[in-house]
Design a binder for this molecule. Sequence first.
Ligand code: NAP
Ligand code: F7E
Length: 339
Amino acid sequence: MKKALVTGITGQDGSYLADFLLEKGYKVYGMVRRNSTENFERVEHLRYSIQFVQADLLDQMSLMKLIREIQPDEVYNLAAQSFVPTSWDQPVYTGEATGIGVTRMLEAIRYEKPDTKFYQASSSEMFGKVQEMPQSEKTPFYPRSPYGVAKVYAHFITVNYRESYDIFAVSGILFNHESPRRGKEFVTRKITDAVARIKYGLQDKLELGNLDAKRDWGYAGDYVKMMWLMLQQEKPEDFVIGTGKAHSVRDFATISFNAAGFDIQWEGEEMNERGIDVRTGKTLVVVSEKFFRPAEVHHLLANPQKAKDKLGWEPELSFEQLVQMMVEADLKRYEKISK
Ligand code: NAP
Ligand code: F7E
C-alpha cells in the first residue's frame, strides 16, 4: 500500500485529494496544525479513513519527525496562507508559510527520505501582471502580491531541489479551481453563498470589488487528479493546469443569480456598478472599494496544452456546470438551516 502525506488536508484541495487517493488505495496521512478547536468540516466524511498527524510548515523539526516516522512515498504540499488579500496584511507570515515552508518540507525530505516524490501547489498568481496571453509553463512570472511572490519562491526552490539533489519534485501551476468546499472569502463561493442567503432572506445585498477581473476557473475535483498524475510520470516536470477559458467576476455573479431564479441585469456605463433584479428593481450587487486590491491581477488564462498532450488531461466540468453545482449546494445548505 502506497503512503501519501498531504499537507493542507483541512483545505479545499486537501479534502478532494484525500478522496481521490483513498479511492486509489493509498494510505493517507493528513497533516494538521494544532488548533484549539478542530477544523475538520471538509474531511469529516474521511475522519476514520485518514490518519491525521500534527505538524506545522513553520516548524522544521515537526516536519523532519513526520517524514522520518511516516516514510511516505509521496508528499503533496497543499498547505499555505492562500488568500491573496491577507498576504498584504500579513506579508511576513505569508512568506514564512507559503514560501519558506516549502524549503522546510524539502529539507525534511532531503534528510529523512530523499526518494519521496514531492508535489508543490504552485499558482497562476505567479503570472500576475501577465507577460503573454495565454500563460504556459514558459511564460515569465510577474507576481503582484506578497502571496504571488512567495509562490514564485516556492516554485523555484522546488525546481532547485530537483536539480541540486535529484529529488523527484514537481510544481503544478494551477489556475483558480473552485467547488462547494471553497473557502467563503474567495469570490466564487462568496457569491454563491450570498445568492443562497439572499434567496432565503438572510442577507439583502452582496458587496464585491473588481467585477471586471477575469479568471480561468475550473472544478477542484478535476484538478486533484492532475496532482497525482504529475507524480506518476517517468521524470519530474512542471505543468500548467487550467481550462483555457476565462470569465469575469461579473459573469460568475450573473450566472449564479440566474441559477437561483434572480433576473439580474447589468446596466449601462455609469450604472455598471450595480446588479439589479429587473423584476423587483432590487439592488443585489454593490461595488465596494474595500474589496479592491493594492495591485490587481486583471486577466488570467491558461494554456494547458502540455497537460493535455503528456497527461491526457481534459477538465470534466464546464464553467456553467461548476457555477450551477456551487449555487445548488449553497441553496441546499440554507434550505436546511431555514427549516
Ligand atoms: P485552502 O482551502 O486555503 O487550504 C489551505 C490549507 O493550508 C488549510 O488546510 C490550512 O490549515 C493549511 N495551512 C495553512 N498554514 C499552515 C501551516 N503553517 N502549517 C500547516 N498547514 C497550514 O487552500 P486550497 O484552495 O485548498 O489550496 C491548496 C493549495 O493550492 C494552497 O497552497 C494554495 O495556495 C494553492 N493553490 C490554490 C488554488 C485554488 O484556486 N484553490 C490555485 C493555485 C494554487 P487550517 O485549516 O488549519 O487553516
Ligand atoms: O479573487 C476579484 C479579485 O480571491 C478572484 C486563490 O485560491 O486563486 C485564488 O486567488 C478575483 C480577483 O481568488 C471580490 O479582485 C472581486 O481579481 O477568488 P479570489 P484569487 O485572488 O484569484 C489563485 C490561483 C490562488 O493561488 C489563490 O490561493 O476576484 N474580486 N470582488 C474579489 N475577490 C474576493 N476575494 N472578494 C471580492 O469581494
